[in-house]
Write a protein that binds this ligand. Sequence first.
Ligand code: HEM
Length: 371
Amino acid sequence: MPLPDPIDAVTSGQPACTYAGLASRGAMLWHAERQVWIATREASVRAVLDHPGCRVRPVGQPVPPALAGTAAGDVFGRLVRMNDGVDHRRAKDAIVAALDATDLAEVRHLTRRWTGRLFASGSTRLAFDVPVHVLGALLGVPDDRLPKVMSWTGSFAGAVAPHASAGVIARGIDAAGHLVAECSELLDMAEAGTLPWRLRTAFARAGLDDRDVVIANAIGLLVQTHDATAGLIGNAIVHLAVHPDAIDAGSPLSPQIMKIVRHVSRRDPSIQNTRRFVADDVTIVGTSIPAGASILVLLAGANNESTESWEFGYGRHACPGQAIAMTIAAACVETLVSEGAVPAEAPMSIRHVHSSNARIPRLAGFTGAGQ
Ligand code: HEM
């Protein structure tokens, strides 16, 4: 019997059923149609993400060919997310140090402010707009430039997605140039204690005193925020619409919303899978995988069967933005609930934005109509 499709599952009605079906067939499976290995179970997901032979980019291709030699490719090649080895470790230490010092009360305050403002101004893409506005504000972008930064971030994120069209790539390359100029200025002018200042100092302390690397990774924070946090906000809104009695009006709202966002991030996560590329022949839970193969790592599948959380990744590439993401999502949803903006009923059927790894529901007014 052919294997169910793990990529179609991402945007399907019941991904958990597909993942459970795959896991019942084995921990490491070869998907002939997709030409990819799949890590389906907690043990194999952990083993792949831990294995030094499983890399974030194919050997000899640090940048996707369509972006090579462009401003977008230059940024991409310097991202912590797209590197392994000693440079990754140093950059990761710097980013973790810079992000961990973020004041989550400020993140909450900025999120409430931007959710209120963008809602009042009629944004139809709140779930995308709010998180990137908050990250941009943390990076020191002046209010009047945030819409531009938002739009460039969306264009860049589109261009680095697999199978982007020539038009989308061209827009992403143009956007990368603008983002480099913007972030370069922000890093130069950063006041002591702010996020760009912390990034600059932490990279220097980690021995990576390369301006272009710091600029690329400041942009990387905006890009990593874009789709993943929109998905979490969107999936939490769907949860509230499907469970109108999830909130007890007689109890304080904030802890209830945080609990719901935590539940959604585990049970309907925005990032369902990630990929690794095999640099040397490896053995994963007893299965030999040859060099050159690629592996689809079912984070949401591991979540299905585990007491641990996998939605923010695991091991050396695990997400350093988890606390910020959860804070933004909870404060955004809480503000929307207070404004009475969350739909009281779920649509008959929910479709999702086309993606091979992110689960973002199409919700008019929140993730744009008719995307
Ligand atoms: C709900 C929102 C988010 C989810 C579900 C999420 C999930 C993830 C996952 C699964 C990874 C690991 C990918 C892999 O191993 O291949 C990752 C990496 C990363 N995330 Fe997030 N993320 C979210 C929001 C954020 C935010 C808000 C930031 C920044 C403030 C951020 C910054 C990063 C960075 C820099 C990496 C790369 C880390 C590395 O490669 O070492 N993420 N994220």
